[in-house]
Every structure is written in C-alpha cells, then in structure tokens.
Design a binder for this molecule. Structure first.
Ligand SMILES: [Zn+2]
Length: 461
C-alpha cells in the first residue's frame, strides 16, 4: 500500500495527530502515519522505533496498522504494548531506539484516538507534523522489510519509579487512574511502595466508566476527594488517560493545582541543585515565580505546550519544568520527560523527607485570588490578531506587558493573561490578584480589552 494518502486536515495538530476514530481517523490513516513517520526515521539515520498504545478500545488495532507502516519502511519495531505514555518514553531510552510512537487519545473522550511521536530523541511537532502529511500525500515513502518484536518493559519501568521512593512512615494515599492506561503500572508500583494505597478506577477500561480521565477539571476529582475523606487519606493522586499528567488533592480535600505542586518540587530540586533554572508556563501563578526566586533559583516563564517546554529545558539545562495542565518534567534524577507516575513518587518522597503532610505544605502557600483557566471561542482568523491588537494598545498605554505567549499584563493588583490556543479556536484567559477588589479590577481591564477587539467576554469572567 504505497498510494498517496490525504489525511483529514483537522487531525494534523501542533503537538500530535488526533481525531475521532472511524470518522476523521481511519485504519488507513494509521498505516500512513506509520509509513510517513518510518520514512522520517530512515531519513534521520535510524532503523529502530518503540511502539506503545493506551487502554482505549481502538488502540490495539490502530497500533497494528502503524506497525505495518513502519515495517514497510524497513524499521525494526519494538512493541511494548499497552501502558501509559511515559512508559513508552522510558522504553525509548531503555531500549535505546531513539524514536518512538504512542497510540493515545490522552485525556479525550473514548471515541478519540491519536499519535504522539519522538524522533531521534527530540519531540516531533509543528512543522514536522505538517511535513509528515506531505510525505503521505506524495507517497514519498521509504521502502524496506522491517520486523516486529514484543518487549515487556513494565518491570524495568516500575523498578526505576520505585527506586525513587524513600519511605520513612506509612502514608495513606488514595489513587485514581481514571480507568486510563496508567492503571496496571500503578497497581504494580503500589505493591512495591510501603504504606496504605487505596486505588480507585484502577482497571484499564477504554470506555472510562468512572469519570472523564482529565484531572485538571475539578469535577473529575470529586470521587477522589470523597475517597480521601472516607479512608482518612493524607493525600490523593490522579492521572490523565495516558498517565503523563498528574492531579493532586490534599488530606483536607483541597485541589493542589500544578503551579502549587511546582512550588514544592522547586524547593526539593533547588535543595540539591542551588541556583538552577526552573521553568513554568505563562498560565502559572506569580506566587510560583516569586517562590523560585526566593529559593535562589532562576525563575523562567515560558510558552504553554509540552514540546516547547521540553525544548526550553534542554536549551537552559533546567532540572525541573511544569505546566498548569499537569505536565511536570524532572531532569535532575530522571529523563526530563513528563511522567505523572514519577511526579507522584517524587511528591510522596518529599513529604517523607520533610516529614510533613501535604495539607501542612498547602497551608504555607500564600493565598491569592485567581480565576481558573477561562477558555472561550474565537475564530481561527481572529485569535492571533486579537492578541496583537491587545498588545499594541497596552504598549501604547505604557502597561507592563510580557509577550512570551499571548499577553501577560502586570499591574499593582496582580496580573492577567490572554493567549490564543495553539490547538483549538479558543482564547485562554486567567487573572490573579492579591485580593478580591484587585481581582475585580483585573477582570474589568481584561473585559475592556476584549470588547475593544469585538470579542464577547466569557460569562464566568
Ligand atoms: Zn496525557
């Protein structure tokens, strides 16, 4: 099958390939992804690839088609089978394949699926994904006779995760893998870690019967909060559908957002690596950046998007980075990729070492007034121009503006952010102030800017 193949243009996205199975994403698409990505591997001088898939019902058959495409390029496929995305990232290093492809719909509804790729040790995104589409459209494929081998890396992966755990007391922990792909590894990990582990939704089930596997949405943490209260747990930890993102709740039922977790991780990392660069995305609280500076680190604000964050880490030699979406990257004693399970073990270990509960640490974080991430529709044609217009007006008014990704405006009250999503036709906003009055003023300023550009402010602003 070497005919030209055209993808539905909506599935080729900034950071991955993703669509609705048997609607915008077919078996033939999966073969073409494998064949075009295999061609990229051959061009890069490689001949091996690690292949994994998540727990979605459609994942095994899509992975089969991807493997066929890769083999027809002459690639040796090391198939690690079902597991979380970070297990595939681990396999790329452990099996020294350099490249990898994961069949996953991440945190999306059950009918979605897609592909995340790594080429020769680097994230594969943006123009590389566009080019993958062109290779398929021209059938400009490499040709060869590859092979496939099943390799079970689960024990090795769990051993690396477990060795980070340094227990001194018997913590009671509630876990919720949301029936996602991390469930099996989580069960294996918990048997290796002393303490009391209560796992809910731990069975991998691609229909997601418990709740939607996205721990950045508060309603998806309600079941975990109830479980913490019922079993008197010290904390609760949740993962998204493919296990690369983490969500955390303290023993009092309070959600610890990723920027709050990053304050704890920053302190932990800076203890061993004083003066290190710590990276967080533009949606993160000012409290985090201030805390990193106070601890002697170099606080670095960067663009949202896990591939962009990873690249910035490499460029700056940073040992720790995080995004509000729950992607947390450790490169001090780990590989520098986002792994929800590894972040969980690090969190447990730092609590053990400091001999505190998560709730005690949460109480030390300064209280601020902020909005969650507000997302509202804006057309493809308007979303970037709106940001440029707002930046121009603020600049003319002499405002203190950071334009790393969208506009982030600092005032005496705090800050507000307006940015265009790279992956959807939406604008994203967030405001954070020291007090309620300040928050109201920030919201007003943001609404005024939106109105001047002819955009209706979201209802919850
Ligand atoms: Zn994910």
């Amino acid at each position: 099958m070497s005919e030209p193949h055209n993808f539905n243009p909506t599935i080729l996205r900034e950071y991955d390939i993703r669509g609705v199975v048997d609607d915008t994403l077919s078996q033939d698409d999966a073969y073409a992804v494998g064949r075009a990505f295999g061609t990229c591997i051959v061009e890069s001088g490689g001949d091996h690839v690690a292949l994994g898939y998540d727990g979605r019902l459609t994942s095994p058959r899509l992975a089969e088609a991807v493997a066929d495409g890769l083999m027809d390029c002459g690639i040796q496929v090391k198939r690690v089978n079902m597991g979380p995305t970070p297990m595939l990232s681990f396999a790329i290093r452990h099996l020294d394949t350099g490249s990898g492809i994961m069949v996953t719909g991440s945190h999306n509804p059950a009918d979605y699926n897609g592909f995340k790729m790594t080429l020769a040790g680097k994230p594969f995104f943006g123009d590389a994904i566009t080019r993958l589409g062109s290779i398929a459209a021209a059938a400009n494929y490499a040709t060869g006779e590859g092979s496939i081998e099943d390799i079970d890396v689960r024990e090795d992966y769990v051993s690396v995760l477990a060795q980070e755990h340094q227990p001194m007391r018997m913590a009671r922990v509630a876990w919720d893998s949301g029936n996602g792909a991390a469930g099996e590894i989580l069960n294996m990990l918990c048997t290796r870690m002393p303490g009391h582990h209560h796992i809910i939704n731990g069975i991998v089930d691609g229909t997601f019967p418990g709740h939607h596997p996205d721990p950045t949405v508060a309603e998806n943490l309600v079941e975990l909060q109830a479980h913490i209260a019922e079993h008197d747990c010290e904390l609760g930890i949740a993962f998204d559908g493919d296990g690369d993102r983490i969500g955390v709740v303290d023993g009092k039922g309070r959600i610890m957002w990723a920027d709050q977790l990053m304050m704890l991780f920053a302190e932990d990392v800076l203890r061993d690596d004083p003066g290190a660069t710590i990276i967080a995305d533009v949606k993160s609280s000012q409290v985090l950046f201030d805390e990193i500076s106070r601890l002697g680190g170099i606080a670095t604000m960067w663009k949202t998007g896990h591939s962009l964050i990873k690249s910035k880490m490499t460029e700056t030699g940073s040992p720790l980075a995080g995004e509000m979406s729950g992607h947390i990257f450790f490169a001090d004693r780990y590989f520098g990729f986002d792994d929800g399970l590894y972040a969980a073990v690090r969190l447990l270990s730092l609590l053990e070492r400091q001999n505190v509960t998560l709730a005690e640490l949460r109480d030390r974080i300064p209280e601020v007034e902020n909005t969650p991430e507000l997302r509202f529709p804006c057309s493809e044609e308007r979303k970037f121009p709106v940001i440029a217009e707002v930046a121009t007006r603020l600049d003319a008014a002499g405002a203190d503006v950071t334009v790393i990704d969208g506009v982030r405006v600092n005032t005496e009250d705090g800050w507000w952010l307006l940015r265009a999503s790279n992956t959807q036709d939406v604008l994203v906003a967030r405001c954070e102030a020291w007090d309620v009055g300040g928050l109201a003023r920030l919201k007003e300023a943001l609404a005024a800017q939106l109105s001047e550009s002819g955009i209706a402010a979201p209802e919850n602003l």
